[in-house]
Design a binder for this molecule. Structure first.
Ligand code: LRH
Ligand code: MN
Ligand code: MN
Length: 424
């Protein structure tokens, strides 16, 4: 389903009076308004294919209605999001969940929907039907070189799909780890992972990046071979200049200071990208900003500080992606909420007076430093986001439009009540 432009125009006309009042009030207080709006218009957050269906827990999965069953339908869902918010112009595929059977057709569909292909993700955390060796005891870190080789070859194949589609990065997340003390030799596991990744890195196209994603625990509960940013950074440094650390917000131990991690990875020029989500307990994959919006803001505050210092373009310098998926809400509405929360944090962080903050830091003026940050955080920037969307030809209020136009019902009419998601 492609959203008719006229529906968006009608929606915008209906809301324009109300929107203008709020926008003008805020606009008066903001210096560099057009530059901020321009940055907001350009900022895109990729949507992972696996977030478009209802997620499950290890206890069960309650299917949603009219979920996308094919890669084409997943692209259409992201196209719909992008038409609504003007900020979701890329999709991230997971292989083999999303193997493109007809590459030309998929590329054409993406072009028609104004979408590009973000990082491709490999999967060595599940066994596939025709697979020779099992990943029960890991993949790239495995004690058996034949298993490692199989996992290396899978990653090379994933890159080949990515090249055909126009992706520019490979994300590797490994479930490799152990659940019991003594099960693994930590050093051997790390070195096996390194040599497997070196093999993959050799096949990385010249203009590609390799993202090394870390995660503290799950599915294993004693050790994870790439368990934290230190292990990821070690690998990225040893692999070379095209390898970077990828930060998934849900992959830390409770209360980790993620903004500090981000700051230092940027200092080292080794921050590659982000997976946004939120959590209360573990890798909960909840809607971005639904639990800890201040943390999200503080992360963006460091990101902007680091990107500006290194002259990195906010929109294109790093890989921005949502990695959230759960059991409760309509996935499309949920994704609209995540994108909104991420852009709110970004816009608020753009408001921080960096010169004044530096001055306060140099004078050990904690009160002023806190006032500067919280002043920005407590600004209601939603009219800025709405204005940026309007200027992009998207909807002033995407959530409202989705609900008012009963877009899910339309999808159900097209696809039927019961369709299949990835179930992760
Ligand atoms: C692992 C993870 C990783 C996977 C995705 C499905 O928890 O965050 O990025 O590829 O979930
Ligand atoms: Mn992730
Ligand atoms: Mn995760």
């Amino acid at each position: 389903m492609i959203l008719d432009k006229q529906i968006i125009e009608r929606h915008n006309n209906d809301l324009m009076g109300q929107h203008n009042k709020k926008f003008q009030l805020l606009a008066e207080e903001i210096s560099g308004l057009n530059e901020i709006l321009n940055k907001l218009q350009r900022f895109q957050i990729a949507i992972p294919s696996w977030a478009l269906g209802t997620g499950g827990t290890r206890f069960g999965r309650f299917s949603g209605r009219g979920e996308p069953a094919t890669l084409e339908q997943k692209l259409e869902d992201v196209g719909l999001l992008h038409a609504l918010n003007g900020s979701s112009g890329a999709i991230s595929l997971h292989i083999p969940w999303d193997i493109p059977r007809d590459v030309q057709h998929i590329k054409q569909l993406a072009t028609d929907l104004s979408l590009s292909f973000d990082a491709v993700n490999s999967n060595t955390f599940q066994d596939q039907p025709q697979q020779k060796y099992s990943y029960k005891y890991g993949s790239l870190h495995h004690v058996d070189p034949r298993v490692r080789q199989q996992a290396v070859e899978h990653n090379i194949e994933v890159m080949q799909y990515g090249v055909e589609l126009g992706s520019k990065a490979l994300t590797i997340w490994l479930a490799d780890g152990s659940s019991f003390p003594g099960q693994l030799n930590f050093r051997d596991s790390f070195l096996n992972t390194l040599s497997s990744m070196e093999e993959i890195y050799k096949h990385l196209p010249a203009d590609w990046k390799l993202f090394v994603e870390y995660k503290a625990f799950e599915p294993f509960f004693y050790s994870t071979t790439i368990g934290d940013w230190g292990q990821s950074l070690l690998l990225a440094n040893k692999l070379g200049p095209k390898a970077y650390t990828l930060v998934d917000l849900g992959h830390h131990l409770p209360n980790a200071n993620i903004e500090q991690i981000v700051s230092l990875l940027m200092m080292e020029g080794k921050l590659g990208g982000f997976h946004f989500n939120d959590s209360k307990y573990a890798d909960d994959d909840l809607t971005a900003g639904c639990i800890k919006p201040y943390q999200l803001f503080l992360i963006f505050n460091e990101l902007i500080d680091g990107m500006d210092l290194r002259g990195i373009d906010h929109a294109t310098g790093l890989g921005w992606m949502i990695d959230a998926s759960h059991n409760m809400k309509d996935p499309l509405l949920d994704l609209l909420q995540s994108v909104e929360a991420i852009k709110i944090a970004y816009a608020q962080a753009l408001l921080v007076d960096r010169v004044a903050l530096r001055k306060a830091q140099h004078e050990n003026d904690i009160i002023t430093a806190q006032e500067i940050l919280q002043g920005a955080f407590r600004t209601d920037v939603r009219p800025l986001l709405a204005e940026a969307r309007y200027r992009e030809g998207a909807a002033i209020n995407p959530l409202q439009l989705f609900q008012k136009e009963s877009l899910r019902e339309e999808l159900v009419r097209e696809r039927g009540e019961h369709s299949v998601g990835t179930g992760l």
